[in-house]
Design a protein around this ligand. Structure first.
Ligand SMILES: Nc1nc2c(ncn2[C@@H]2O[C@H](COP(=O)(O)OP(=O)(O)OP(=O)(O)O)[C@@H](O)[C@H]2O)c(=O)[nH]1
Ligand SMILES: [Mg+2]
Length: 198
């Protein structure tokens, strides 16, 4: 797999499905960049750039062809109007993410992100709901066993699935962890397959 980071708001007019673009959105600091870097096997370093959208490149073999895959990382940006001006136009699939230990980030999914994405890309765009930091579910049960207490409650799978059903997300509700790498490849692959089918 080759990787390359591109500037924000790059356009790609290819419509022949030799390339696809996947956009990853959600609140600040929930782990969006981490899943991209885990997928691309890049070392994690905190974001040092101001761009709202940045593109990373990968290649995936599909039915004997090499497909270029653009992974658009995002940051909520300084304001919603600024962000809305800059949405990439060539997106095939969107992953709306939240952090499993942060209920507020799930609220943003249904109060903000799903509406903004549908307003921008229309109702035919495949949009997945993805819970990030799933490793903390295990961490929680571990620390319960050793009497260390958390003062927060995880978003339960059933709560996320209710949102997924209510807002008509695409495919299945998915969870992954950049920390223990579980399901990251599966999440990106599901987005890729949806992009190839749309
Ligand atoms: N436990 C755990 N921590 C994670 C995981 N993914 C990211 N983090 C931590 O969450 C913090 C933020 O991760 P980022 O990937 O930079 O989050 P982001 O959504 O890209 O942040 P912004 O670009 O600022 O919006 C970092 O300190 C990571 O170490 C994960 O899967 N599990
Ligand atoms: Mg980031």
């Amino acid at each position: 797999m080759t990787t390359k980071k591109e500037d924000s708001c790059i356009r790609n007019d290819s419509n022949d499905r030799k390339s696809v673009k996947i956009l990853i959105l959600g609140d600040f600091g929930i782990g969006k960049t981490s899943i991209i870097k885990t997928y691309l096997e890049l070392d994690y370093t905190p974001d040092d750039e101001e761009n709202i959208f940045e593109e990373y490149r990968a290649r995936i073999k599909y039915n004997g062809n090499e497909i270029d895959v653009g992974l658009y990382d995002s940051s909520p940006g300084p304001s919603a109007p600024e962000r809305r001006k800059c949405y990439p136009s060539d997106v095939n699939t969107v992953l709306i993410c939240f952090s499993i230990p942060h209920h507020e980030s799930l609220k943003s999914v249904y109060n903000l992100w799903i509406h903004e994405v549908r307003a921008h890309y229309g109702k035919l765009m495949p949009i997945f709901l993805v819970g990030l930091r799933s490793d903390l579910r295990l961490f929680k049960s571990h620390i319960d066993g050793s009497h260390i207490h958390f003062d927060f409650r995880m978003v339960e799978k059933s709560e996320a699935e209710d949102i997924y059903i209510k807002y008509h997300f695409h495919g299945d509700y998915m969870e992954c962890s950049a920390y223990d790498r579980s399901s990251v490849v599966n999440v990106i692959n599901e987005a890729f397959f949806a992009a190839m089918r749309d």
